[in-house]
Design a protein around this ligand. Structure first.
Ligand SMILES: C[S@@+](CC[C@H](N)C(=O)[O-])C[C@H]1O[C@@H](n2cnc3c(N)ncnc32)[C@H](O)[C@@H]1O
Length: 239
């Protein structure tokens, strides 16, 4: 798969051909509905769909996709998970969000798109669900878009990953390796694996040892007392 519809001038992506408005009208209607209730941020829906599709290019890029189920952590309006469900028609996905209204919207979208046989919506806090034996170490790939600071997304995700599993998260456009400190991440069983700089910046972490049972900590603790500070990676004030 290639990033066929990058608009170079804006640095933004358009929806790839398999999930354009014409080809996936129900998906688009679901995203428009999500926007109408404030569940989806600004910008053309095509760019949100294109950004979400970049996760699929990133996972497929290096032949190191371990396969298995996919978790979209903090799925919100269904990004990137709903788009990935269209691009990966053979794969099982879980779209998880702690906000009940978001989960209800997600469920309606999954049903409308006819994805209910392989896409499950789970309304839960990651900090709790990651200790549930049903979900612990159950995913080959975990994706997160705008879920939180690096330490929060890493701690909330690590317990979901099967050995060798990949965590793919959005990162600011300017690379800042100090956002992902090796020593702190090793506590979670994660290493920095690779990154994709273009068309969007995605960081890929890999599970190399099982996440210790004490992680993630209680609800809200990963954000209140992050395992490492997120002082780096912000855009310069002039931009
Ligand atoms: C900023 S939104 C991003 C939504 C979507 N990924 C996107 O990019 O449009 C973050 C989402 O994560 C959910 N969330 C935040 N903390 C969570 C947690 N600890 N467990 C599960 N979901 C959480 C919120 O309810 C919200 O829908």
């Amino acid at each position: 798969m290639t990033a066929e519809t990058t608009s170079a001038s804006s640095g933004l992506l358009d929806a790839p051909s398999t999930v354009t408005r014409d080809r996936a009208p129900i998906l688009w209607s679901a995203l428009e509905r999500a926007r109408s209730v404030g569940a989806l941020g600004d910008g053309p829906i095509a760019h949100h769909v294109g950004h979400a599709a970049a996760y699929a290019w990133c996972v497929a890029d290096h032949g190191d996709d371990p396969g298995g189920a996919v978790l979209d952590l903090g799925s919100g309006a269904g990004l990137p998970g709903l788009v990935l469900a269209h691009l990966w028609p053979e794969r099982k996905l879980v779209l998880m969000d702690s906000a009940r209204r978001r989960a209800e919207l997600l469920l309606a979208a999954v049903e409308a798109c006819g994805l209910g046989d392989r896409v499950e919506v789970v309304c839960a806090r990651a900090e709790e669900a990651a200790h549930d034996p049903r979900w612990r170490a159950a995913f080959g790939v975990v994706v997160g878009r705008s879920f939180g600071a690096p330490a929060v997304v890493a701690e909330c995700s690590a317990g979901f990953l099967a050995p060798g599993g990949l965590l793919v998260v959005s990162d600011p456009p300017v690379a800042a390796p100090e956002r992902w400190p090796a020593d702190a991440m090793s506590e979670l069983g994660l290493v920095v694996h690779r990154s994709m700089a273009s068309p969007v910046h995605l960081q890929v972490l890999r599970s190399v040892t099982p996440c210790p049972a004490r992680f993630p900590r209680r609800n809200g603790v990963p954000a209140k007392r992050p395992l490492w500070p997120s002082r780096a990676g912000r855009l310069p004030a002039s931009r």
